[in-house]
Ligand binder design. Sequence first.
Ligand code: DIR
Ligand code: MN
Ligand code: MN
Ligand code: MN
Length: 311
Amino acid sequence: GDLGFVAVGFSGGQPKDGVDAGPAALIDSGLLHEIRHELGYRIHGDTDVHLYRDLVPASDPDYRGMKNPLTVSAVNRELASQVYQHASQGRLVLTLGGDHSIAIGTLAGSARAARERLGRDIAVIWVDAHADINTPEISDSGNIHGMPVAFASGLARDDKDEYFGWIQDDMRVSVKKLVYIGLRDVDQGEKKILREHGIKAFSMFDVDRHGIGRVMEMALAHIGTDTPIHLSFDVDALDPMWAPSTGTPVRGGLTLREGDYICEFVHQTGQLVAIDLVEVNPSLATTEAGALETIRAGCSLVRCALGETLL
Ligand code: DIR
Ligand code: MN
Ligand code: MN
Ligand code: MN
């Protein structure tokens, strides 16, 4: 198959340094080599990590409580067009982050391309300990990596282009076709949004109750079997036992095997159009081994989403 590749070394959606080095760490551990030579994909797009330094303004004051709003908006606007270009050529798009704010751009690009090319709305499977659906007004932190689903779906909007006003109707995703898996640290205001919009969410309680196999069947039943799927995977969905080197680890998460299963299952639908793998921060583990484990876990998730472990 043809794979569109984008590596985004970006950390402006949250306060901790180091997540910008995530893509390089994943690439250095051999991920692209495996994708090319073991999985047999043709990789398109440049395999350098994009830092988008030229897009960072001299001054970027808080706006509506958001931190680094001009920077995050500008980087995502550029990223949306890169993802769109890959997707509109029929490539499966793999984006390596970076913090999760980059999903504003990846979702915008893949939503627009799917509408244009396939005449379809994309479904989003968001695998995360967190819901990332804060609007600027309800966010406690002001960190935009806690807001991407709100902007991508239009629950949060701004009419100024430089503050995400560039997100047009055909770039938006519907909360009706959104499914969460792995949630266990959701803010009060976010819970209210999930409830009021009837958003489908499988928390760790549901994973324990039904098992990951049944959860994936229910997730697919919700979005429908013939819908293009964008998988956005925050590595902090995994238990810190498997992925300690991430900005906001939360105990009681998915096992590596459950994470891999989600990716395998989504691959097997044949409907996967885009994958994001985000929040790998190699500098946060307390031990070198912790960083390596997290990178290994991230590579495993990507390989599973690309079909490696299926016979
Ligand atoms: C929190 C944390 N809900 C926030 N979000 C994180 O800042 O909005 N997302 N860590 O991955
Ligand atoms: Mn998270
Ligand atoms: Mn909070
Ligand atoms: Mn996230």
